[in-house]
Design a protein around this ligand. Structure first.
Ligand SMILES: Cc1cc2nc3c(=O)[nH]c(=O)nc-3n(C[C@H](O)[C@H](O)[C@H](O)COP(=O)(O)OP(=O)(O)OC[C@H]3O[C@@H](n4cnc5c(N)ncnc54)[C@H](O)[C@@H]3O)c2cc1C
Length: 341
């Protein structure tokens, strides 16, 4: 039985963001049925500044109350909609927990998202920042996104080619920001998986598990690596990597590399390079530091944590101090990956 659409007023989002920060929204609209949500939206006057679509809240920092409407799409279900000898198309509800979906694909023997094991959040958010990890990105397997168009009204189907997937980026984060409520995502998965082991320590961790390489072993390896590096948000609230890895001009990357031998630099072509934000922050001495009730995670300088009772301004104050010191030392502004509201 699907839950009926519910609208709540002055609703606390504390349990709905992984930083565990107290913030209220004016209206909170939760729906499991896209037809019902589309009907509700038909009578809704859209203003992009007064709307926010929330999934698992693992990529948000609330710095105060939100004086608008939060849509919480909670569509459930994983169904195979098409199949041939090579691949299978799977349609998944936006409210399905991302890692439950990954576990399901691995149990079925379908490849394409196994390296994305244990990423927090819901399936509906995966296309938004094109979630990625260990050499794999969700956008590579997304075939289609189903959504409700808040601007024009009605239900739409958006082909992957229109979504402009890029590194931690898509049209949903840019020109379509706050315009679509994603209700379901269709993934095209491989029946004969091509394993991706050449990123970080995935291969060595898989080898440690012994025997032939399987989807289940890749998933297990990724889970072990992540658990050793990233905090469990239920124990230490955070939003994962707070900053994006900055992309800079090749000349600047080369100049910094000669000044700081051993600095990680990833050439992107076309005269641009990606730097490791975590490395830059660590060099500035922030790893493990605490400022008030906010801190930098001991094992990974990219992760900011709520040390207990922090509010959004505690976290953003720390983030600003870090940004300033990275700029003063390296001449590079690092930008938040997290949505700051
Ligand atoms: C410990 C930790 C580790 C993480 N590791 C990774 C990682 O390895 N790789 C990675 O890419 N990310 C990582 N993240 C970030 C986060 O998990 C992802 O961004 C995830 O996709 C967010 O999902 P969510 O459901 O929590 O989305 P939310 O945080 O609720 O929302 C994120 C964005 O998506 C939009 N959105 C959410 N749902 C919908 C919807 N149904 N329709 C339209 N827009 C929507 C929101 O408006 C917002 O802009 C990590 C986070 C944590 C806490």
């Amino acid at each position: 039985m699907k839950k009926m659409l519910e609208v709540r007023k002055d609703f606390s989002l504390k349990a709905y963001n992984t930083f565990g920060i107290e913030a209220k929204c004016k209206y909170f609209v939760e729906a499991e049925d896209e037809g019902e949500l589309a009907e509700f939206v038909a009578g809704y006057e859209w203003n992009p500044l007064e709307v926010l679509v929330l999934g698992g809240g693992s990529n948000f920092l609330f710095t105060g109350d939100f004086e608008g409407t939060v849509f919480y799409p909670a569509m459930q279900g994983i169904e195979v909609v098409e199949e041939d000898v090579e691949s299978v198309s799977v349609r998944v509800g936006a409210g399905v927990v991302w890692d439950d979906f990954v576990a399901w694909t691995v149990a079925q023997g379908y490849g394409g998202v196994e390296n994305l094991s244990l990423i927090p959040g819901h399936v509906g958010a995966a296309p938004v920042q094109n979630v990625g990890a260990y050499g794999m990105e969700a956008g590579e397997t997304i075939a289609e996104v189903e959504a409700i168009d808040l601007e024009k009204g009605g239900r739409v189907r958006i082909a992957a080619g229109e979504c402009r997937f890029a590194y931690r980026d898509s049209a949903f984060k840019r020109e379509w920001k706050n315009r679509f409520i994603i209700t379901r995502v269709v993934f095209r998965l491989a029946k004969h998986p091509q394993f991706r082991l050449d990123y970080g320590s995935v291969r060595s961790e898989v080898e440690r598990l012994g025997g032939e390489v399987t989807l289940a072993k890749v998933r297990e390896a990724v889970i072990r690596i992540r658990e050793a590096k990233l905090p469990d948000v239920k124990v230490l609230p955070s939003a994962g990597s707070y900053f994006k890895n900055p992309v800079v001009a090749q000349e600047l990357a080369e100049r910094l590399e000669s000044q700081y031998p051993g600095m990680p630099v990833y050439p992107l072509g076309e005269g641009r390079c990606k730097l490791a934000a975590g490395w830059l922050i660590e060099q500035c001495g922030w790893k493990g530091k605490t400022l008030g009730r906010a801190g930098v995670y001991e094992k990974q300088a990219l992760v900011l944590v709520n040390r207990g009772g922090a509010d959004g301004t505690d976290i953003s104050r720390l983030a600003n101090e870090i940004r300033k010191s990275v700029f003063l030392r390296f001449g590079v502004w690092i930008e938040p990956e997290v949505n700051v509201v």
